[in-house]
Design a protein around this ligand. Structure first.
Ligand SMILES: Cc1cc2nc3c(=O)[nH]c(=O)nc-3n(C[C@H](O)[C@H](O)[C@H](O)COP(=O)(O)O)c2cc1C
Length: 413
């Protein structure tokens, strides 16, 4: 018979999104406490399911006290409630953080030798894995194949961050910041039971603005903040894609779960785009690429001299990356999206640009010193090569990003 306290807990949990937090046996298990706190404080009912190895790092008492639920690693506790089936069946989201190499292998192969692996097999909700391990383990072909299998089946596998690992080592394999894992969970939950429609896809997003150096201290740049490109990268990751973000001069921290390549100039961005696009299903060019660069670069700072006129600036054209990748697609059926920042005759100029560039979709927005650039919000019209026109009303840049992916996914090969 249930006691009052249990009944009250059940009442409180009713109506709240049910999250299973799987914790496997990596040194980063302690960071999952912070993720648990973010989830519970934002109104989620969280059931923690650690593995036996995870309990070497953080004990059951901690998970139980922080979540308000009993905690077990194996299927033999409270057997009358059939937890090996029920926990997964009732979940709205399962997130495994950290996910060990071992856990990814078990999940990819459908093993079910403890409560977490059973839960992964019975869950019908979205599943997010946040792997954390040494770089060698992450890069091993076995792990990479397991990750590819999980992504193909629709799981969201967040790319590990680069940084300090256990001991003295640094490299790729670090668990992303719990806040960032929380943000991805929030986005995945907001999309509900819809399958992550970019699962198994590789998408490339450019963000920011190129800078064209004039001398060691000066450059020609633009006002693009990169926030729209970052929103595109984050939303794509939450929809299951492997994301390569080509970042130009944003000053923003690397978003969790995506591969980031830092570039400075248009020429560097072109190289990075061509490399990343080779196996990409879609390329979204949200970065503001300088049309021109100074014809010469002064090795020393250009000085003003008394009685001498200001030097004339000669510019040369930069490569037109959007037109180039649209004309010569790296893969058949690759979807290319451009952005047009216009200050006047916005739609007419956008249609004209779409024709000239040859991309599939063009996101047209009006920009100005205080409009769009640097803002958290945006509004735009997305033009498509087949004549379609989708108006995205004023709202968060994430909403525009999701509309872009909504338009990209049906066009994917
Ligand atoms: C100190 C220590 C740290 C470890 N850190 C990790 C790690 O970060 N990632 C990982 O994949 N394995 C790590 N391992 C190895 C796993 O604990 C081991 O593969 C274990 O079998 C995983 O079990 P589980 O997947 O059931 O949790 C670590 C082991 C030890 C002793």
């Amino acid at each position: 018979m249930r006691g009052d306290a249990v009944d009250q807990a059940v009442d409180r949990a009713a109506g709240r999104p049910k999250v299973v937090l799987g914790v496997s046996g990596g040194i980063a298990a302690y960071k999952a406490c912070e993720l648990l706190r973010r989830l519970t404080e934002s109104g989620h009912d969280v059931r923690v399911v650690p593995t036996a190895s995870a309990l070497h790092f953080v004990g059951a008492a901690t998970w139980s006290a922080l979540s308000g639920h009993p905690v077990s690693a194996e299927v033999w506790s409270e057997v009358h409630e059939v937890p090996h089936v029920r926990i997964g069946q009732h979940a709205d989201l399962v997130v495994v953080a950290p996910a060990t190499a071992d856990m990814l292998a078990k999940a990819a192969h459908g093993l079910a030798d403890d409560l977490l692996t059973n839960t992964l097999l019975t869950a019908r909700c979205p599943v997010v894995f946040a792997p954390a391990m040494h770089t060698e383990m992450w890069e091993h072909p076995a792990t990479q194949e397991n990750v590819a299998t999980l992504r193909r089946r629709g799981a969201v596998v967040i790319e590990p961050a680069v940084g300090r690992l256990t001991g003295v080592d640094t490299g790729k394999g670090r668990l992303p910041d719990p806040d960032e894992i929380f943000e991805i969970c929030r986005r995945v939950l907001a999309r509900g039971v819809r399958a992550p429609d970019l699962a198994g896809r590789h998408v490339v997003v450019s963000a920011g603005g190129t800078r064209e150096p004039l001398d060691p201290v000066r450059y020609l740049g633009n006002r693009s903040s990169g926030k729209q490109g970052y929103a595109l990268a984050r939303t794509a990751a939450a929809r299951g894609a492997r994301v390569t973000l080509l970042e130009a001069n944003t000053g923003l921290p690397d978003p969790a779960g995506v591969d980031v390549v830092h570039v400075g100039t248009a020429v560097q961005l072109r190289e990075a785009v061509l490399k990343a696009a080779a196996d990409a299903d879609a390329v979204v060019m949200a970065a503001a690429v300088a049309d021109f660069r100074p014809a010469t670069y002064a090795e020393g700072k250009i000085k003003k001299k008394d009685g001498v006129e200001a030097p004339a600036l000669t510019l040369v054209r930069n490569p037109d990356i959007l037109a180039e990748i649209s004309a010569e697609r790296a893969r058949p059926g690759q979807v290319i999206v451009g952005f047009a920042a216009e200050t006047d005759d916005v739609l007419a100029n956008g249609r004209d640009k779409l024709r000239r560039k040859g991309c599939d979709l063009l996101v047209v927005n009006e920009v100005g010193e205080r409009k769009t650039f640097g803002s958290e919000e945006n509004e735009a019209v997305v033009l498509s090569a087949d004549g379609g026109e989708t108006t995205v009303p004023h709202g968060p840049k994430e909403a525009l990003a999701d509309t872009v992916w909504d338009l990209v996914t049906p066009r994917l090969f």
